[in-house]
Design a protein around this ligand. Sequence first.
Ligand SMILES: Nc1ncnc2c1ncn2[C@@H]1O[C@H](COP(=O)(O)OP(=O)(O)OP(=O)(O)O)[C@@H](O)[C@H]1O
Ligand SMILES: [Mg+2]
Length: 260
Amino acid sequence: MNALFEARELRKSFGGVKAVAGISIEVPEKSIFAVIGPNGAGKSTLMNLLSGTYQPDSGELRFAGRDLTGLPAHRRARLGLARTFQKIRLFKQLSLLDNVLAGFHIHHQVPAWQYLLPGATFWRDWTRCREEGLALLDFVGLGDLAAQRAGSLAYGQQRMLEIARALATRPKLFMLDEPAAGLNAAEVAFLLQRLRDIRERGITVVVVEHHLDLVMKVADHVFVMDHGEFLFEGPPKAVQSNPSVIEAYLGGEFESGALV
Ligand SMILES: Nc1ncnc2c1ncn2[C@@H]1O[C@H](COP(=O)(O)OP(=O)(O)OP(=O)(O)O)[C@@H](O)[C@H]1O
Ligand SMILES: [Mg+2]
């Protein structure tokens, strides 16, 4: 297996709650890896450990062969890890384009003094970032709204803007925490296609999601957790018909024999 991202025996507790209790994953390069599980299963905590928002109590993390232990989130972002959050985090007062431009910030090629005295490198960089930023807004269906304030967008559009901003960091690995939450059916279909396009661009995707229909259509591999622990993993079809997964979701009621 060609794993881009590996975690071994990750653990994280909050007081007495074992949010993540010994989770190991291997994310193959250029695939879509979905993490599912009931409410409180530890999915967001796992994502926070992968992105560096939290440090684990114990366990190991490797990205492209590099040990990430102890490395904070902003250093991981520079290595090519990007993410979105379950609760939207945008600069609501800024325009859509400025929100995306903020994502480019981590790779600016401009010497610091040129911010004070703009020179040729500054303007070249600025023009290139603007063009790329507009292309990313087009990619998420918001190209016509570039000058609007982010706070004026509908909920689903804000979610797509977050995706554009994260892509502006030019990630190798892109993690999304419940991108379909609160989206209508048309928006979910659009998101599904964009996730496929992102994989096409050679970016590896880790997606935490409650929307099982989306997961089953888009994921190459599904990892199921419950109560902070590993429950099952495999291709969507195997997960869908696994009795322990169905039990975790439906509390033991096993009616249709399949989840979706
Ligand atoms: N910062 C925190 N402080 C205290 N407890 C926390 C914290 N973050 C998570 N927990 C607890 O850890 C457990 C796992 O939470 P987590 O948010 O990771 O689950 P989740 O699978 O993302 O749930 P959901 O599907 O509702 O988003 C829960 O019992 C939660 O209350
Ligand atoms: Mg969560």
